[in-house]
Design a protein around this ligand. Structure first.
Ligand SMILES: [Zn+2]
Length: 322
């Protein structure tokens, strides 16, 4: 074996006394985690923390089901991603503004027979970050897909939340899930049923705590949720602004492929054409304002800016700050 091959090993027995990375159990939760799962920053006076819920292995055609398979395969290869399935990151955000502690989305929670054991870590990771569920005053939901609400359905979570907790969601989103239309989605088998069941259960358990908004609502000073539609009819993004700085949590308006290929339809989009319009508008806006972007399924810590690149966009991750 050549020297280069030796140093490039990513798995297998220890080399030169250094254990290979797979010996560290990177999926493990708690203070002994060796892959960071939280990233904190300040937006003016507001504290923001991106927290990883884990990863979801999903088929690559979900990234662009209207794309030419050869072009899609080429994009995956150029990104050094495997051709058939890869791990979608899954992030949530905690915001502290004034007296309010606000959770933006709630992760996957328990895996309902879909074999997604490496997601659903949010609750443990909040605890590891010293964020007690009883401190959360508000939860803002970008939409009611299970990877954004499931964490609230984990056993014991509801009991630990404050009785006066307010959950914010677009009125159209709540309405949509009473009789959801999946006719334009292209999800893997089992997902539509799981999404329906989870949203239904969520509305049963938490319906009386939901405060709906039509188009826009200021949840806390500098924290504004705005309905975009597209991904789901009531899909919303949250803009955090303070002291001349701003960050948008875009939920599922943008996926990793969306910068190079904003027109590619994601399999989870209930109105793919509208979702593409929403994506392009948002990316244009962020490129113009140079404001920060975090999105649910961008690689952790999912924090960066958007640049224009010809007739598409370019993702520019921030340099980590300590
Ligand atoms: Zn999602």
């Amino acid at each position: 074996m050549s020297q280069a091959e030796t140093t490039n090993r990513v798995s297998g027995p220890p080399q030169n006394g250094i254990p290979a990375p797979n010996a560290f159990h990177p999926g493990k939760s708690g203070s002994s985690e060796l892959v960071p799962s939280r990233y904190a920053l300040k937006i003016g006076e507001i504290d923001v923390m991106v927290v990883s819920d884990g990863v979801l292995p999903l088929p690559t055609q979900m990234m662009g089901h209207n794309a030419d398979p050869a072009i899609r395969a080429n994009w995956m290869a150029n990104m050094f991603l495997p051709p058939d399935a890869f791990d979608w990151p899954l992030n949530a955000v905690v915001v502290r503004s004034g007296a309010q502690t606000i959770l933006l989305d709630a992760g996957l929670g328990l895996d309902p027979d879909l074999h997604l054991p490496r997601a659903g870590q949010l609750v443990q990771r909040l605890a590891a970050a010293d964020i007690d569920l009883s401190a959360v005053t508000d939860i803002v939901l970008t939409h009611l897909h299970m990877d954004h609400i499931g964490g609230l359905l984990v056993e014991g979570v509801k009991e630990r939340l404050r009785p006066d907790l307010t959950i914010h969601a677009a009125a159209l989103e709540v309405e949509f899930w009473k009789n959801p239309d999946f006719s334009h989605t292209r999800m893997p088998e089992g997902f539509p049923a799981a999404l329906r069941v989870t949203a239904k259960r969520f509305l049963e358990e938490y319906g009386n705590r939901i405060r709906t908004f039509d188009e826009k609502y200021e949840v806390a000073p500098g924290v504004t949720v705005r309905r975009t539609g597209g991904h789901t009819p009531g899909h919303a993004v949250i803009r955090i602004a303070s002291g001349g700085e701003a960050l948008t949590f875009a939920g599922d308006a943008v996926f990793a492929v969306g910068f190079d290929q904003p027109g590619w339809h994601n399999g989870f989009e209930h109105d793919p054409d509208e979702a593409a319009r929403v994506r392009v508008d948002l990316l244009r806006q962020l490129a113009e304002t140079r404001e920060l972007l975090v999105a649910t399924h961008l690689p952790f810590p999912s924090l960066g800016r958007v640049a224009v690149a010809g007739d598409a966009f370019r993702w520019v991750p921030v340099f980590w700050d300590y």
